[in-house]
Design a protein around this ligand. Structure first.
Ligand SMILES: *[C@@H]1O[C@H](CO)[C@@H](O)[C@H](O)[C@H]1NC(C)=O
Ligand SMILES: *[C@@H]1O[C@H](CO)[C@@H](O)[C@H](O)[C@H]1NC(C)=O
Ligand SMILES: *[C@@H]1O[C@H](CO)[C@@H](O)[C@H](O)[C@H]1NC(C)=O
Ligand SMILES: *[C@@H]1O[C@H](CO)[C@@H](O)[C@H](O)[C@H]1NC(C)=O
Ligand SMILES: *[C@@H]1O[C@H](CO)[C@@H](O)[C@H](O)[C@H]1NC(C)=O
Ligand SMILES: *[C@@H]1O[C@H](CO)[C@@H](O)[C@H](O)[C@H]1NC(C)=O
Ligand SMILES: *[C@@H]1O[C@H](CO)[C@@H](O)[C@H](O)[C@H]1NC(C)=O
Ligand SMILES: *[C@@H]1O[C@H](CO)[C@@H](O)[C@H](O)[C@H]1NC(C)=O
Ligand SMILES: *[C@@H]1O[C@H](CO)[C@@H](O)[C@H](O)[C@H]1NC(C)=O
Ligand SMILES: *[C@@H]1O[C@H](CO)[C@@H](O)[C@H](O)[C@H]1NC(C)=O
Ligand SMILES: *[C@@H]1O[C@H](CO)[C@@H](O)[C@H](O)[C@H]1NC(C)=O
Length: 502
């Protein structure tokens, strides 16, 4: 293209932006955004502790969300929620396999063009860069959680180098969006050589739900043996320590990235988000290691943000979810959110510290259990339908670990209501004000009226789409029971993999 043609093209592109992303197009320098997404990093069990530099460079320079969640505690459905800003029942990625729409052709055709990075690029003229793990590789984890042979520690440098190189060759005329998706602290926990000896004295926390039998819980939790075997405990302690070791490399990456942004004069004009795709457990309710459960340790994640207009050293207790990241980043870019079908809400008013922001008091958790139609050869006694079983036949998932929950959090309520799509139509309810470790299932003793309201609200959320996902919750003054919203577009469907079909 000749310089004149390039100038014309740039003019046309800018004209398009003024229409599509008007708010930001008016700004002299549109902000950049970096999203760092770790894999399986919990926040409830000390997952942020090893990240001292990240804490200083992001948390202390910005805001820490103390109640950040994912609707589905499994990599592919969770990542799909981040990219689309939607609940699983609206993006249709139900598990980590192609049949479950993970990277499937229909995902590529129906959802991917409307993900927030795609909109940033096509509508707002952002340069977009991606490094790390996207939506692939799944389903290969074997039962013990010990994955395939890793690319090894050098990947860290490659990842760091690639991301840092991008900052050298990017254009200075358009803002950029960078997504860095680290494989840490996912198995196989291969630490960089300099960190192989770190945290020698660290073991998994023995908190009050560690190695106890979840006797009032659903089938999958009841099958776990208590106390755990010594070898399981040794395995999970080792996993815990090695997860921390790999996080030290993430910490180094964050430091290099922030320094590089500063060197290029971009730091003050860049939002940096740090989060994880799901939490993790190590011995809770006697399940050795994994995610996939409805409890806080699996659905709660770290979320730190720094950037222009965000005051340092803040914490925020609002109930936020990973479906909010897409709307937030598009809002930063000036894109009109009313043009999207996203279920989440922009966090920008919270980031800016706006007064009197009306916020949600509940969100939906939905998960379709994985399980193989065939007996696990190591645990024939458990029958078909389970997966991720340990040598002592404690299994981390099953097809009937299929559930949906309303998680409510407001000034006076801290509750979780869950229904299972299993043979017992099992219900679990927790009052987290009294019982933060979710030890006592109060489904049988809670006030019937509250139970009924939560059940209706769950059905509404399982059928919601866009704005109807953001309606007031059961305990909000504006709550309205609307049966029309209940059965339109029902959420996660259990595969009819019932006793008869087995
Ligand atoms: C944030 O808080 C920490 C710990 O209190 C303090 O050391 C640091 O100087 C504060 N940072 C800013 C930017 O205020
Ligand atoms: C996969 O996505 C397509 C298109 O959104 C949908 O029709 C299909 O039901 C989904 N599959 C599953 C298993 O949810
Ligand atoms: C880039 O990678 C090489 C090894 O491949 C490593 O020695 C070097 O320190 C890395 N540079 C940065 C900036 O991470
Ligand atoms: C591990 O050792 C370090 C340094 O000796 C010490 O500061 C820390 O408290 C120890 N942690 C535990 C869990 O014992
Ligand atoms: C398991 O560990 C406990 C505590 O360390 C010990 O008392 C017990 O003997 C061990 N059991 C076996 C079978 O090794
Ligand atoms: C988006 O829709 C809401 C509700 O209808 C409206 O209040 C708001 O002004 C709209 N925003 C824009 C940028 O049009
Ligand atoms: C706060 O918001 C509510 C509802 O949006 C409104 O009625 C009230 O006047 C606002 N208060 C202030 C101080 O702005
Ligand atoms: C993933 O979901 C699809 C669609 O429901 C199902 O056919 C498949 O068996 C599931 N995979 C596993 C491992 O559960
Ligand atoms: C769940 O599935 C397992 C494995 O097939 C079965 O043994 C168990 O009875 C089922 N439980 C319920 C409540 O459906
Ligand atoms: C939850 O626990 C708190 C503190 O014990 C109590 O005040 C409240 O009534 C409980 N709520 C429900 C719904 O049980
Ligand atoms: C499970 O396998 C049996 C026997 O191979 C088959 O008849 C049944 O249809 C399968 N069920 C599902 C849900 O795939």
């Amino acid at each position: 293209m000749s310089p004149a043609a390039m100038a014309v093209a740039r003019g046309l592109a800018l004209a398009a932006l003024l229409v599509l992303c008007p708010a930001a197009a008016r700004q002299a320098r549109r902000p950049n955004v970096v999203l760092i997404l770790t894999d399986d990093q919990d926040v409830c069990l000390g997952g942020m502790t090893p990240l001292k530099k990240t804490n200083a460079l992001i948390a202390q320079m910005g805001i820490t969300f103390l109640n950040a969640y994912v609707p589905s505690a499994l990599c592919c459905p969770s990542r799909a929620s981040i990219l689309t800003g939607k609940y699983p029942h609206n993006h249709h990625v139900v598990n980590n396999t192609l049949e479950g729409n993970c990277s499937s052709k229909s995902w590529q055709k129906i959802q991917e063009p409307y993900t927030f990075p795609a909109l940033l690029k096509t509508m707002c003229g952002y340069q977009t860069f991606f490094a790390g793990k996207y939506l692939n590789e799944y389903g290969a984890e074997d039962a013990g959680g010990v994955g395939h042979v890793p690319p090894g520690w050098s990947f860290w440098y490659a990842l760091a180098n690639m991301s840092l190189d991008f900052l050298e060759y990017k254009s200075n005329f358009e803002p950029f969006f960078m997504m860095i998706s680290t494989p840490a602290p996912h198995s196989p926990w291969t630490a960089a050589p300099q960190y192989k000896k770190s945290f020698q004295n660290v073991s998994a926390p023995r908190n009050s739900n560690f190695n106890i039998h979840g006797k009032n819980k659903h089938w999958l939790i009841r099958q776990a043996k208590t106390p755990m075997t010594n070898s399981s405990i040794q395995f999970l302690d080792d996993a815990y320590r090695r997860r921390w070791q790999t996080l030290l490399s993430v910490d180094d990456l964050i430091e290099k990235l922030v320094k590089k942004l500063e060197f290029h004069g971009e730091l003050d004009n860049t939002y940096i988000f740090y989060t994880s795709d799901n939490g993790f457990h190590t011995g809770q309710f006697s399940l050795p290691i994994d995610k996939r459960q409805l409890y806080e340790f699996d659905i709660k994640v770290p979320l730190l943000v720094r950037g222009p207009g965000i005051k340092p050293n803040q914490t925020n207790k609002m109930l936020v979810a990973n479906i909010d990241l897409g709307p937030t980043i598009l809002d930063i870019a000036g894109y009109d959110l009313n043009k999207t079908q996203m279920d989440g809400m922009s966090l920008l008013p919270l980031l800016r510290g706006d007064k009197n922001v009306t916020w949600r008091s509940d969100f939906l958790v939905e998960y379709q259990g994985e399980g193989y139609n065939g007996s696990d050869p190591t645990c024939p006694g458990l029958g078909p339908g389970v997966t991720h079983c340990f040598p002592d036949c404690v299994c981390e998932d099953s097809y009937n670990n299929t559930y949906a929950c309303v998680r409510t959090l407001s000034t006076s309520w801290d509750l979780q209501y869950c229904e299972f799509d299993d043979r017992e139509v099992f219900v679990e309810v927790y009052n987290l004000t009294a019982d933060p470790h979710q030890i006592n299932n109060i489904a049988k003793t809670i006030d019937q009226e509250i139970l009924e309201k939560m059940n209706y609200r769950l059905m509404m959320l399982q059928s919601c789409s866009g704005a109807t996902c953001r309606t007031p919750g059961v305990f909000d003054p504006g709550y309205r029971f609307d049966p029309r919203l209940m059965f339109s577009n029902h959420g996660v469907q259990a595969r009819r993999f019932s006793a008869q079909s087995l």
